[in-house]
Design a protein around this ligand. Structure first.
Ligand SMILES: [Zn+2]
Length: 383
């Protein structure tokens, strides 16, 4: 099986038998209240999703990642993983991290408290200082102070999609049990549409297994809610794919919308889950017009070292009227006016009105499920 990024799977979960004692000690430490995004990232660090990270980045690590796309030791890493705070915390040594209800969830061994040059990091990582960018806006809103240091997880944060999340240790065991030597990772934050289905089928052609891994953390408000995405995928997999060749599990981290750099981050994370391949489509993790749609492909050629997971680069996918099938820029020779591109905005708007989007974009039965779910969530709001 493919080694995790950096060579070994990080485990920073306090063992069950020591938990009560460690928790008791932690009550005497100074404490900080942190938000759910931070607690989810602690969990991702602790169970090895973010291997080789053992904690939140120090200033040196942040600058190394921002400028060179690698950790100080040379291992490729493309996005900041920070414990950000709005006010300067007066802390040192061991610090207890609490959720907003005051429960101790984790411990951080503080190496450093520092101020982040927010616009500089935004420019380097997201390519823009603009708050029009949802990822940059979120980054700014978290605050300009940061605590760097290794973490220990005591208790997982309450999270509504817990049952849908597997750890890298678990996915690796499943891949092994199913005899998958090669596994293609697929990132999404959307309900399944025909273009993504095309990419997933490419994955099923080239590898033993497909790992569909939707992002369940924070996303901009016009994206689909995570449960809808999961249920729609469960339906698609059960109705159309060979079940024993596909595994569905959620990724509990925020979307950063950092385009090319997030494509690298997404690939590394899937490597940690045990994937040997990762699909990067057009404008991966992009938003608006902030990124050249194929920069997310080119960035892999510029990395300081090989990241050890094969990237399947796929160009724009659409329905072609002349071909009468889903095709891509690489497989269809027809004019632009023959091509119907999937528009999630259009799909969402039509679903909102209870209308069926064109079947070239989304399967009718999947759309039906999405309309039903929408009605259900509306009923819940009103009752
Ligand atoms: Zn065509």
């Amino acid at each position: 099986m493919l080694l995790p990024h950096g060579g070994e799977l990080v485990n920073r979960v306090v063992p069950e038998r020591e938990r009560a004692k460690v928790l008791e000690e932690a009550k005497s430490y100074p404490s900080l209240v942190v938000d759910t995004d931070a607690l989810l990232d602690i969990e991702n660090i602790a169970v090895g999703v973010f291997s080789p990270l053992k904690g939140f980045m120090t200033h040196e690590e942040l600058l190394s990642v921002a400028y060179h796309m690698s950790l100080p030791g040379g291992v490729v890493w493309s996005l900041p993983v920070l414990l950000q705070l709005r006010e300067k915390p007066e802390v040192d040594g061991r610090v207890a991290l609490k959720d907003t209800s005051g429960r101790i969830k984790a411990i951080v061994d503080v190496k450093e408290v520092y101020r982040i040059d927010l616009p500089l990091i935004a420019k380097l990582v997201w390519g823009t200082e603009s708050e029009e960018h949802p990822g940059v806006k979120l980054f700014y809103s978290k605050g300009e102070w940061a605590v760097g240091g290794d973490v220990w997880l005591l208790e997982k944060v309450e999270f509504p999609f817990r049952d849908w999340i597997l750890t890298p240790e678990e996915t690796r065991k499943i891949f092994e049990y199913r005899g998958w030597k090669t596994v293609v990772g697929f990132q999404t934050r959307n309900a399944p549409h025909r273009a993504h289905e095309y990419l997933q089928r490419i994955g099923l052609e080239v590898a033993d297994g497909l790992f569909v891994n939707p992002v369940l953390g924070w996303r901009k408000s016009d994206d689909f809610d995570p449960l809808t995405v999961l249920e729609a995928y469960e339906y698609l997999i059960n109705s159309y794919y060979p079940k024993n060749r596909v595994l569905l599990s959620g990724l509990a981290t925020a979307m950063r919308y950092a385009g090319p750099r997030e494509a690298v981050f997404h690939a590394i994370v899937r490597k940690n889950f045990g994937c040997t391949h990762f699909i990067v489509g057009r404008d991966h993790a992009g938003v608006g017009d902030f990124y050249d749609p194929y920069e997310a492909h080119r960035i892999f050629d510029r990395l300081p070292e090989d990241i050890g997971i094969e990237i399947i680069k796929v160009s724009a996918v659409f329905y072609c009227r002349s071909c009468d099938c889903i095709a891509s820029e690489k497989s269809c020779g027809h004019e632009e006016n023959q091509r119907v591109y999937v528009s999630m905005t259009k799909i969402r708007n039509m679903l909102r009105e209870g209308k069926f989007p064109p079947e070239e974009m989304i399967r009718r039965d999947v759309a039906e499920l999405l309309i039903k779910r929408r009605t259900k969530s509306l009923t819940n709001v009103h009752s």
